[in-house]
Design a protein around this ligand. Structure first.
Ligand code: NAD
Length: 489
């Protein structure tokens, strides 16, 4: 059994943790590894190593810093399949989904390789006679990412490549449930011979997170996780004077108009709601249909859900894996029961799926509830499982009002063939990521991964230019050279 280590100051080190948590394959329930719940001292060790590395790293030209990322990209490509298999084993998503996630991570490395251009500032000559003004971007020092279980590879890459390419040094705290892929990635970072201390890995949970949030050396925090923890992290990080970009939970609505292309809308919504077993922060959770009986979407999505093949993600043909833990499975099942008690009708019940050979896995089949009351708890609560709630309204205005009635604002999508309706929706929907005939509106690495309302706390998002802004501070220089101005040399 693998005992997960930390990577601090260029070395793999055993944690002095008293407590460990098991890393369990959610399909087979095999224990794959044990994650140490690292004590605060180990965060301090990592922060001190990162600080010691900072001065030389920031002086390393950006064009040299990104050479390490070019090498990392090559290693990620070479180890793509092994990384994907490990991801499926620790997280449960299908092999195809794992490959897609790793591709997204690599795209962020590619964009961060453009930092020598992205980090450039701007200047004005002669803001007054003989006086010039410049804006230059400098790294902020030591940053840290605190990550969730659902995208163990991709999410750290929304932040880390940009942070280090901009000249910062770094600490990653993966989810304690899924440490194996980040272990592999740190082995690659070691292999590309990044100077020691530039990147550090500390495993654990609450104690390590609190130590990061309180640490005086760490000045920028990137967090992704549930809204309850996000609020805590944002409050603590900002009270300690740190920059924070903090992504929270989601409850993503999609609207289907009667004029939508039924075949593609159904396929896309089914992938969004049930892909990754519904454990995507951009998963469709509520489908609002407009137009009553003339809208054929309900029948079509029931059919699509019943055709999904649930099973172990490493097996051929499977297109939906298990949820992450037995606790998560129980919680999802309880929410389905709650929905029924609130008056929703269970149209497909995934609570007791039969998966031969994987009887102990955390499986829930695709589940669809109809007539979900908009004032109920089920409508408001993030389920984070393969459960789609249906609700029918009369007009697109009613549908947009429902979309905007929720607390979250991660994603909202519209399915239609009407351009004016699409424009109205794009303009009025209260969410940071908008899809028009798109089920998982995940921004490419050169766009910010947005999020509004209770789905995001902060200003600058992860990925692309926003990540460069977040991981640099602006310095404005106003410069006069009297002799030159007086022409006396
Ligand atoms: P989580 O909030 O349980 O954990 C996230 C991180 O916080 C982990 O590293 C964990 O160790 C740490 N943590 C958990 N409880 C803590 C506590 N009490 N004190 C300090 N640290 C704590 O989230 P999760 O279950 O790993 O991930 C799923 C959640 O993440 C969902 O709500 C999902 O919507 C959200 N998510 C959001 C986005 C987005 O872009 N907005 C992306 C992915 C996931």
């Amino acid at each position: 059994m693998i005992k997960i280590q930390n990577f601090i100051d260029g070395k793999w080190v055993d944690s002095a943790a008293n407590e460990y948590v098991d890393v369990v394959n959610p399909a087979t329930m095999e224990v794959l590894a044990r994650t140490p719940l690292s004590p605060a001292q180990e965060v301090d060790d990592a922060a001190q190593a990162a600080l010691a590395a900072f001065d030389d790293w920031r002086r390393t030209p950006a064009v040299e810093r990104v050479q390490y990322l070019f090498k990392l990209k090559n290693l990620l490509e070479e180890n793509y399949e092994e990384l994907a298999r490990t991801l499926t084993m620790e997280n449960g998503k299908t092999l195809g989904e794992s490959r897609g996630e790793i591709r997204r991570a690599i795209e962020n490395v590619e964009v961060a390789c453009g930092i020598p251009t992205l980090i450039q500032g701007y200047n004005s000559e002669d803001i007054a006679r003989g006086i010039d003004e410049f804006m230059i971007r400098q790294p902020i020092g030591v940053g840290a990412a605190i990550c969730p279980f659902n995208f163990p590879v991709m999410i750290p890459f929304w932040f880390m490549p940009y942070a280090i390419a901009c000249g910062n040094t770094y600490l990653v705290k993966p989810s304690e449930k899924v440490p194996l892929t980040m272990k592999m990635i740190f082995e690659m970072l070691e292999a590309v011979e990044l100077p020691r201390g530039v990147v550090n890995l500390v495993n654990g949970t609450n104690e390590a997170v609190n130590a990061i949030l309180d640490h005086p050396i760490i000045s920028a925090i990137s967090f992704v996780g549930s809204t309850a923890v996000a609020k805590y992290v944002y409050a603590k990080a900002t009270a300690n004077g740190k920059r924070a970009q903090v992504q929270g939970g989601a409850k993503n609505p999609i609207i289907v108009l009667p004029d939508a292309d039924l075949e593609s809308a159904t396929r896309i919504v089914a992938d969004s709601a049930f892909g990754s077993a519904g454990q995507r922060c951009l998963a469709a959770s509520i489908a609002v249909t407009v137009g009553g009986d003339q809208n054929k979407f309900t029948d079509a999505i029931l059919q699509a859900a019943s055709e999904r093949i649930v099973g172990y993600g490493l097996e051929e043909g499977v297109n939906m894996g298990p949820v992450i833990t037995p606790e998560s499975k129980n919680r999802i099942e309880e929410l389905i029961t709650l929905g029924e008690a609130e008056g929703a009708r269970i149209l497909i019940d995934g609570r007791k799926p039969s998966i031969p050979g994987f009887e102990n896995g955390n499986f829930i089949g695709p589940t669809i509830l109809g007539n979900v009351p908009a004032e109920g708890e089920l409508f408001k609560t993030e389920i984070f499982g393969p459960v789609l709630s249906l609700i029918d309204v009369e007009t697109i205005d009613d549908a947009i009002a429902l979309v905007n009635s929720g607390d979250y604002g991660n994603m909202a999508s519209l399915f239609t063939t009407n351009g004016a309706a699409a424009r109205k929706f794009r303009y009025e929907a209260q969410a940071g990521n908008i899809g028009i005939n798109i089920g998982v509106a995940a921004p490419m690495a050169f766009f910010p991964f947005s999020g509004w309302r209770q789905s995001f706390f902060g200003v600058m998002h992860g990925q692309g230019r926003d990540a460069v802004e977040f991981y640099t501070q602006k310095k404005v220089v106003i410069e006069r050279w009297p002799k030159e101005w007086e022409r006396k040399f």
